[in-house]
Design a protein. Structure first.
Lengths: 297, 340
């Protein structure tokens, strides 16, 4: 009996006082609640995208070009074919510019620049690029390629603006992965007599590839959703175009112009287009994660 | 015995011929050139932007352009104060709402949640970053703003005694709703960086706290948060940079009224939104004023991001010491920042 009491007193001496236990419980539930709150907008956005967007999805929605803000209900407002194709074309060109350049800069930073002063400066400027607002990229391209050359809007100018936006993401993501490539692999290649370019091309890059693909796909996904850099670069058209030298329609711009419309059916088209855009971006994200799983770094 | 060097043609046979060394040299200089080209490009852009903005600055003066309270297109008078204030208010709101929630999600994911939940939770929060800005605008203006309108009016009526917050008529697009949507938009990046920094807290520190009898919350408060303070600050500043430069969602949600809003729930304008809206039709001085607004925005985000990087790098110095060789927490965090 007394032994039991002594044991209880020992436990009591080491136990957390009720006040502290209560504070712990409150803090932990507050943190959990805040986490739940963070997920509420996501659920609401997905729910409303599906609810409003699926309604406007149909066969013709993907196979016809949009028409203008038609006042008469008898005229069809059309679909988003030109916007989907335009987004794919513009983002493809932007990726074709940003990915090789970005990976090359990352290779230079890791393999040649390292901690030298010039590497620090380049790193700083890449960070600066990360922080530049996306609309300012659009203005940069506008000043240089439209005011500077005295020409008009063109799809490839939008691609340049997007590639500027992607560049820092590609550089930083690739750099982090390249740093994870073990130094022993490099040393092994060099010790076997491989020149550095062979070591980089045949050992470092293949090892880093899956990890870099992840970062690159995330950059592509981010560029696909950007509206602001395209506003003053690609021009306005509703027609399907395969010429990167002319004006081109894109999903973000189509949504942006449709949001500002007062007609219900056009707003419905915006929801449909938004669901399409988010689906495309999510596919890229899922791909990125699947590739990331294959990375052995 | 002296080691003999076998030579052929004046150099060791182990040495590569100058011709064989050429590709290495070319690669090195080509890559260096490319990296420096990017520097040149940024500097060139900046100089051209300043050149385009000069007419507006020389007409109104840098100071009175930035802080003049009059944006009047038809009178050709441009003072950017309403835009600067709109940008700052909405971004401050985004930080105020977004950062605590983001830090809480990061804490929950790294310290409190069951191990199995950690990965799905991280993926879900990062999904928020996958939603494009224009979709946030669409959702905000057609769903969130009308749904919250009643609640906002209620708050404004109850708090009418507090200047600037209450008392006025609540419009559907307004500063508050813009800040709220911005808070959702910066949540993934702030959360990602906080999580990176929290994962660098040494186990010793946490175990020491728990071993001394601390509860989980006390362990978080005494071991985790102090260690992560500068990393979290850096993450928040990066989020602020994002919020300041956000364009399309803000353009849709803020109401696009080129004057100072009288209170939190009134319409306003932001630097980025004014460019998105007016640049297409702008001519002459108006166009130059918009370039000047872009320059103000650019410098503002540059300052904020510079401070943010400084904090994140400082966090990695304290966190990276134990990590030894290999990428430090800061580099990973910077990568996460770029990716989010």
């Amino acid at each position: 009996m007394s032994a039991h009491g002594a044991a209880q007193r020992t436990i009591a001496r080491f136990a957390v006082s009720p006040a502290r236990a209560r504070r712990d419980r409150i803090a932990r539930s507050a943190i959990a609640a805040a986490t739940a709150i963070a997920l509420v907008p996501l659920a609401l956005i997905i729910y409303y995208l599906l609810k409003e967007g699926l309604g406007s999805w149909s066969g013709t929605f993907f196979t016809t070009d949009p028409t203008g803000n038609t006042f008469f209900k008898s005229v069809s407002i059309g679909g988003i074919k030109s916007a989907i194709l335009g987004t794919i074309e513009i983002v493809a060109l932007a990726s074709a510019i940003a990915i090789p350049v970005g990976v090359a800069v990352a290779v230079w930073l890791v393999e040649f620049g390292r901690a030298s002063r010039s590497a620090l400066v380049v790193r700083f400027f890449v960070d600066v690029l990360t922080g530049v607002p996306s609309i300012v990229f659009g203005l940069f391209i506008y000043i240089v390629l439209i005011v500077g050359t005295g020409s008009t809007y063109a799809a490839y100018k939008g691609s340049f603006a997007l590639s500027l936006l992607m560049l820092p993401v590609v550089v930083r993501a690739s750099e982090v992965i390249l740093l994870l490539v073990p130094g022993s692999l490099r040393e092994a290649a060099l010790a076997l007599g491989a020149p550095r370019w062979k070591m980089i091309l045949k050992v470092v890059l293949p090892t880093a590839l899956p990890g870099m693909v992840t970062g690159v796909l995330l950059a592509v996904a981010r560029a696909a959703g950007e509206t602001a850099p395209l506003l003053f670069t690609v021009g306005a058209t509703l027609k399907t175009s395969f010429s990167l030298g002319g004006a081109m329609n894109t999903l973000p711009l189509q949504i942006y112009y449709d949001v500002t419309s007062a007609t219900n059916s056009i707003v419905a088209r915006a929801w449909g287009a938004a669901l399409t855009l988010v689906t495309m971006i999510l596919i890229l994200n899922v791909l990125a994660r699947l590739v990331a799983r294959r990375s052995r770094l | 015995m002296e080691a003999a060097t076998i030579t052929r043609g004046g150099r060791s046979i182990l040495e590569r011929s100058p011709l064989a060394r050429l590709p290495d040299r070319i690669l090195r200089w080509a890559l260096t050139g490319l990296a420096l080209l990017i520097l040149a490009l940024i500097v060139y852009f900046f100089v051209r932007l300043v050149g385009q903005a000069r007419p507006a600055f020389s007409r109104f003066g840098v100071f009175s352009f930035t802080f003049g309270n009059d944006w009047n297109v038809s009178a050709e008078h441009f003072g950017a104060l309403p835009l600067v204030v709109g940008t700052l208010i909405t971004s401050a709101l985004a930080l105020l709402i977004g950062v605590p929630v983001a830090v809480a999600t990061a804490l929950y994911a790294t310290e409190l949640c069951p191990r199995r939940l950690r990965a799905p939770l991280t993926v879900l929060v990062e999904l928020l970053a996958a939603v494009p800005s224009v979709v946030y605008g669409l959702w905000g203006i057609f769903f969130l703003a009308p749904k919250l309108h009643g609640a906002e009016q209620w708050v404004a009526d109850r708090l009418s005694f507090i200047p600037f917050i209450g008392g006025g008529v609540v419009t559907i697009p307004n500063y508050f709703i813009t800040g709220l949507v911005l808070a959702i938009m910066i949540l993934p990046i702030v959360s990602a960086i906080s999580r990176e920094v929290m994962s660098t807290v040494p186990f010793d520190h946490k175990e020491a706290a728990l071993g001394l009898g601390a509860t989980r919350w006390e362990m978080i408060r005494l071991a985790v948060l102090p260690y992560c303070r500068s990393g979290i600050t850096g993450g928040a500043m990066l989020g602020l940079g994002r919020a300041l430069g956000e364009t399309i969602a803000v353009t849709i949600l803020i109401g696009d009224a080129p004057r100072l809003g009288s209170h939190l729930f009134s319409q306003g304008y932001s630097l980025a939104a004014v460019i998105a809206n007016e640049f297409g039709e702008a001519q002459g001085l108006h166009r130059s004023a918009l370039f000047a607004a872009a320059l103000v925005l650019f410098v503002l985000t540059l300052l904020v991001n510079g401070v943010a990087r400084w904090f994140v790098v400082r966090a990695s110095r304290t966190g990276g010491a134990a990590a030894g060789a290999g990428p430090t927490g800061g580099q990973l965090a910077a990568g996460a920042a770029a990716g989010a």
